[in-house]
Write a protein that binds this ligand. Structure first.
Ligand code: S3P
Length: 436
């Protein structure tokens, strides 16, 4: 078991390069594998979740070469070049790998089984299998609507016109990937926009996607062509340092090369409405995605009502937003965020319990929480093996009145293996304790 022990600290100062974006890294590996030709990826995230996607494609005959610190090279096999894996595909903790692969595998001519760790085996899969079954896919879901998932080949998938019942980029992406194998076009209608990395990357690999505000249309029988890409830094990783700099007095942290896709940056808007000082510099693009350098400085925050329209754009940042809220003057209300209950842990229940463990008053709601600003006290928090909760409470420890211990932090390696090092580099007094 990995425990973080974090002591209160003085100002946090320094500059950090953000590791590659996790969502974009998954998609680069998937499309690079399904393209024809050699793809080179700079800045691929070297984290367990992405390694799960890589291993799955290697098991299906794709040659993927990567060494830490070097570019990743993929020899794509083309849309119809994957081979049957010899055993079940184990996707560890990674919901994105499982749901996106489900879309790819639904269109193959071989059978496959998708499985994962204890947490992944409790996460809802029918949100993705039901629409894929509507396209004609043959997928057997385990009791309770969870993985393992058994996928059998079918002669050909049908395209469909699908109105998304929930805001989920994983579901949208699975349908688009299955749409590559359909006999006619696939239309997806979204009421709430979700991250559009799949659409952008399909275009980057030369596959046309017809995109309107709330509708995406994909024609089958196109081809993906190898690409050379640089993955932008992960806004969701930068989020921990944006909040840390905002709440620890006297701090100033620069974050270089951060992905600024507008479907991802809701936290920035919320923090700014709370009074945070964040500068956006050197706006540019990489891999068809906006990128910038950010500078965050400490400031006095005030509580806000988080607008429902920002929930989807902030979906992975609520654990760390709760720490900004704990430091703010007044109450912060989060609602319309029931999806948080289906993440790597039930993030409403986990964050509420964790905030209470460090002396913050919070009331739990079915679709969110109300956090009263106060002073974070000494305490022990259980992250429930949820990487984003573990990192959020390390930030809590930096700005606390006493020592904060965070249990079950090993899964930080699923998304941000260098988190402890980066934190220490800007002055966070974080120590890792490993016990058997
Ligand atoms: C992701 C989509 C989101 C997000 C997850 C990554 C993706 O999940 O929470 O961390 O890469 O498509 P949902 O699709 O369940 O909202």
């Amino acid at each position: 078991m990995t425990t973080y022990v974090v002591r209160p600290t003085g100002p946090l100062v320094g500059a950090l390069e953000m590791p590659g974006d996790k969502s974009i890294s998954h998609r680069a590996v998937i499309l690079g594998s399904l393209a024809t030709g050699k793809t080179t990826i700079r800045g691929l995230l070297e984290a367990e979740d992405v390694l799960s996607t890589i291993s799955a494609f290697q098991a299906m005959g794709v040659s993927i070469h990567r060494r830490p610190g070097e570019n990743c090279r993929i020899v794509g096999v083309g849309l119809r070049g994957l081979r049957a894996p010899r055993s079940d595909l184990d996707l560890g903790n990674s919901g994105t790998s499982m749901r996106l692969l489900c879309g790819v595998l639904a269109g193959q001519t071989f059978r496959s089984t998708l499985t994962g760790d204890q947490s992944l085996l409790t996460r809802p899969m029918e949100r993705v299998t039901t629409p894929l079954q509507k396209m004609g896919a043959s997928i057997r879901v385990s009791a309770g609507g969870v993985a393992p998932l058994d996928i059998e080949p079918v002669s050909r998938l049908n395209g469909m016109d699908y109105r998304m019942p929930i805001a989920s980029a994983q579901v949208k992406s699975a349908i688009l990937l299955a749409g590559l194998y359909a006999r006619n076009r696939t239309i997806i209608r979204e009421e709430v926009p979700t991250r559009d990395h799949t659409e952008r990357m399909l275009e980057g690999f030369g596959y046309p996607v017809d995109r309107h505000t709330s509708q995406t249309v994909l024609q089958p029988d196109g081809a993906l062509h190898a690409a050379d890409l640089t993955i932008p830094g992960d806004f969701s990783s930068a989020a921990f340092f944006l909040v840390a700099a905002s709440v620890v007095p006297g701090s100033r942290i620069e974050l270089h090369g951060v992905g600024m896709n507008p479907t991802r940056t809701g936290l920035l808007d919320i923090l700014q409405s709370m009074g945070a000082k964040i500068e956006i510099n050197n706006s540019r693009t990489a891999a068809g995605e906006p990128v910038a350098d950010l500078v965050a400085e400490s400031s006095d925050l005030r509580g806000v009502d988080v607008p429902a329209a920002l929930v989807s754009r902030t979906i992975d940042e609520f654990p760390v937003l709760s720490i900004a809220a704990a430091h703010a003057n007044g109450a912060t209300r989060i609602s319309g965020a029931k999806e948080l209950r289906f993440k790597e842990s039930d993030r409403i229940a986990t964050v509420v319990a964790a905030l209470r463990s460090v002396g913050i008053e919070v009331s739990e709601q079915p679709d969110g929480m109300v956090i009263e600003g106060g002073v974070i006290q000494e305490g022990t928090v259980d992250s429930r093996k949820d990487h984003r909760v573990a990192m959020a409470f390390a930030v809590a420890g930096a700005g606390a009145a006493g020592v904060v211990r965070i249990l079950n932090c090993a899964n930080v390696a699923t998304s941000f293996p260098d988190f402890a090092k980066c934190s220490q580099r800007v002055g966070v007094k974080l120590r890792e304790e490993k016990t058997a």
